[in-house]
Design a protein around this ligand. Sequence first.
Ligand code: FES
Length: 133
Amino acid sequence: MSDTPTHWHQLPHAPPVGTLLGRLDALADGSATLQALPAPQAGTEPPFRYLLLRSGSEVKAYVNRCAHFGVPLAARQDLLIFVPHTSITCNVHYARYRWSDGACAGGECDGVGLLPIPVVVDAQGRICIAPSP
Ligand code: FES
């Protein structure tokens, strides 16, 4: 396993609470999408990469960082492997994570999972980072 941080906000360039991560109307039901926010020094530093998963009106956000080697689950949207509402799979060595909470569901992630980012969807459909529960 990689040296895995335990919370999303420990990662470099983690955005602050309240940051807009996306819009509900831009996500199809059952979709899992690759997203990124540019680093403050864009061009010299990597972006903050995350995933948005939609089930009905519920949205889950996870850091796009596999617990195995600490790399993105996929480099491009068309390479992202997922079963809608069920699981999302790293395309490097196929660690599989539960849709609902990011926990390891099989493969090279035993005992560790994706890092969840708490989010809130407001009345206008904006998906923003919520304070940690
Ligand atoms: S890097 Fe994701 S399963 Fe190995």
